[in-house]
Design a protein around this ligand. Structure first.
Ligand code: FES
Ligand SMILES: [Fe+2]
Length: 447
């Protein structure tokens, strides 16, 4: 009996590759098929996930298919503008009802196989040749589309396949509140692209969980900062529910952002960010900042003056940018929402990332990037569309900064397979978002 129990615990340990502490991550968590299958069974069906942006489904009848591993969920805008989500499987013989995104013509969801139909609210509206079925097969409650939990926050639709899951807002606490401080609800898509990476979804997103890689990967971004970035000036916080945050240890409205250096370094870093990724800092911001050259009184801090000019401009232009003091501190930092969503806000813009397994393969992922911004009220663009899927080294479609990040990801995955490699060794503070994420993942996998 004792032996049998021993065996079970050995098997369980072999399958789980658990986090033994917060400083190490076993390599198998990034490629082991058994571990991946546990994520499929115990993480993805139970966790709130960003399914689409609200701008993808502006009109009643608009839909988006959200795919995660072997599951497909339809997100549908209702006639009253609310949103419902359904498991994407016909109640007759399982055929997927819709794929991709688009508009459901005539307010009907139609199965392509035998033509059964549903209203946008999931109630069945038509069964072809219904007289050929026994009545107990066609009970209306049995042939409704199966609903999935859905809610909205941050201008996004979130789904959860677990009917007993906590409410979204509770699950996203406290990070949702932090992002409310940068008016994330008012952001809209500037561009949206994706790439397929030869790496586990966690490898890809962990590339954005710390600023520690900036010196090695993006040395151009440290221009004018000396040795101070990213060590002393970045603060990392691991929150409950697996979420995390990093941000600068300064208040951008109270001076100090440039650490006493002149405005030229700030302008140069802003230019590099705009040219290098067209996100977080956009051309509009750069032009406003450049306009403040030579308009800084003695003793004033250039970035403080520049940011004040940006806020004034936004107010004059009707751009709904009114960050809280806490929100301002988040500019230039990042917020990670467990399990796979990240936002890096700055200047009323943000970079946003989502990583998902691809092709049911633990060593591939689909990685999406949104550059978000705020438009003057009434001038928001129409439906948001994916610009395309581009190779991670495509110099036409990815700026220098994302290409630098992507270049590490596949080679890290290959290194994980090395017979000379056992586990990650993490920095206590600077890499705590990674271990915090894995610890929360273990809580899900343990059920
Ligand atoms: S499988 Fe959908 S109508 Fe038959
Ligand atoms: Fe990076």
């Amino acid at each position: 009996m004792a032996l049998a129990e021993d065996r079970r615990s050995v098997v369980a340990r072999d399958i789980f590759f658990p986090m033994r502490d917060l400083l190490h991550v076993p390599r198998e968590r990034y490629y082991d098929r058994g571990f991946y299958e546990l994520e499929k069974e115990y993480l993805w069906p139970r966790v709130w996930q960003m399914a689409c942006r609200l701008e993808e489904i502006p009109q009643p009848g608009d839909f988006v298919e959200y795919e995660i591993c072997d599951q497909s969920i339809l997100v549908v805008r209702q006639p009253d503008r609310s949103i419902k989500a359904f498991h994407n499987a016909c109640r007759h013989r399982a055929t997927q009802l819709c794929s991709g995104s688009g508009r459901l013509r005539g307010g009907q969801i139609v199965c392509p196989f035998h033509g059964w139909r549903w209203n946008l609210d999931g109630s069945n509206s038509f069964v072809y040749g219904a007289e050929g079925f026994a009545p107990e097969v066609l009970r209306p409650e049995d042939i409704r589309l199966q609903e999935c939990r859905v809610d909205t926050w941050g201008a996004c639709v979130w789904i959860n396949m677990d009917p007993d899951a906590r409410p979204l807002r509770e699950a996203l606490a406290p990070v949702a509140g932090l992002l409310d401080g940068v008016c994330v609800e008012n952001m809209r898509v500037w561009w949206w692209k994706e790439t397929i990476l030869n790496a586990n979804w966690k490898v890809a997103q962990e590339a954005f969980h710390e600023g520690y890689h900036v010196m090695g990967t993006h040395p151009q971004l440290t221009f004018g900062l000396g040795d101070e970035y990213p060590f002393a000036n970045v603060e990392y916080t691991a929150f409950e529910n697996g979420h995390g945050r990093f941000q600068g240890r300064f208040d951008p409205t109270a001076g100090g952002i440039s650490q006493g250096r002149g405005g030229e370094a700030f302008l140069e870093r802003s230019r590099i960010l705009w040219e290098g990724q067209d996100a977080m800092t956009l051309e509009r911001d750069l032009n406003i900042f450049r306009g403040m050259r030579n308009r800084v009184a003695p003793g004033e801090d250039f970035p403080t003056v520049a940011i004040r000019a940006l806020l004034d401009y936004a107010e004059g232009a009707g751009i709904p940018l009114h960050p809280t003091p806490e929100g301002l501190r988040l500019w230039g930092g990042g917020v990670f929402l467990f399990p796979n969503f990240l936002m890096l806000p700055q200047f009323g813009n943000a970079l946003s990332y989502r990583a998902r397994p691809y092709n049911d393969d633990p060593e591939w992922c689909r990685f999406e990037v949104w550059s978000l911004t705020m438009y003057p009220e009434g001038e928001e663009p129409g439906r948001a569309k994916l610009k395309g899927r581009f190779a991670c080294d495509d110099t036409e479609n990815w700026g220098l900064i994302p290409r630098q990040d992507f270049s590490n990801i596949a080679s890290q995955q290959r290194g994980l397979r090395s017979r000379g490699y056992r586990e990650h060794r993490l920095a206590t503070e600077m890499e705590q978002l990674i271990s915090n994420m894995h610890s929360e993942l273990d809580r899900y996998l343990a059920g």
